[in-house]
Design a binder for this molecule. Sequence first.
Ligand SMILES: C[S@@+](CC[C@H](N)C(=O)[O-])C[C@H]1O[C@@H](n2cnc3c(N)ncnc32)[C@H](O)[C@@H]1O
Length: 337
Amino acid sequence: MNIPEPQIDAKLIDEMAKGYQAAQVLFTAVDYDIFTLLEQPKTAKVVSEEIGTDFELTNKFLNALVALKLLSETDGKYANTTLAGTYLVKDSPFYQGNLINMYGQSYNEWPKLGLALKGEPQKPGEMKNTFDKAFILSMAEANMRGPLHRLVKKIRDIPEFKTAKKLLDLGGGHGLHAIAFAQLNPNLKAVVFDLPPVVEVTKEFISQYEMEERVKVMAGDFDKDDFGNGYDVIFVSHSIFYHTKETIHEPLDKIYEALNEGGILISNHWMHDDGKNSSTLALWDLWLSTLGHPHNVYPAKDFVDLLKEKRFSDVRMLNISTSEDPSTIVIAKKEVQ
Ligand SMILES: C[S@@+](CC[C@H](N)C(=O)[O-])C[C@H]1O[C@@H](n2cnc3c(N)ncnc32)[C@H](O)[C@@H]1O
């Protein structure tokens, strides 16, 4: 028998199976803050002395980072590539270190998938407190690499946004959306509502962008506390899908009541939208469902129907999804009575 030859390349499977190797090198490099260290090019000897590691092994480690296109090497000195300089150096506005650490933590959880599939409830495990500072920073980082800019470009053309004077960013976390909206619309005053420890982080972002005059914070729990009223726009991004189909009614009713007549809800969430499914969304949905995390993915149609049931009208969808950020914007209006 002749040795058979495959008719299809195994590259995709190979990349999946050993993806953890490159990921682990990245997690370790971020942990040692290699890229901030290499803002000035350095030899392996200097790097190993500065981080207190074995020289020979550090040399191989840096070579692996070169092979992964995060570093370059010239005359024995290692330096960041543009990619690493943009996203992995701590003082860059696009730094991704907290987000990368968060993915790193989830590596402890994925091995439970096999058991979880049998319906055995799995505890969320090693993941840290969901809404701590590192989580809020990681949400800011996820936005700063592109989703925030794509979203803002869509929102700026919405007529109701252009004339809006008061906006609520509900569960706004870092507050970057509210800050960007206020920068786009000079007549807009924005309020970021979030849990008391979170708004302390929000204040740091507001101060960083010098928007204290027009972007304020309000501390509270949107399930229990009043979040004000008289809003022309209420923006909710990745914050109300912690609610299930059974419990989401209450925040949606509160949002409706808090809006001015003619005002709009702008929702930005990852949703199932047949035909536009991404592996990011499918894997995240699987992770949430099997490994016990309290977030939900709705089919877009169900969410639209729910808003109509809640008396919203003129419900529109704007697709801004990419393979890394499969977000769908849904806009819904509170009619003038
Ligand atoms: C995934 S983050 C999204 C942050 C931001 N809106 C974004 O899109 O990047 C969820 C946010 O909702 C906030 N949140 C969740 N439940 C909340 C509640 N019951 N009351 C107030 N804020 C809440 C969290 O503190 C967190 O800032």
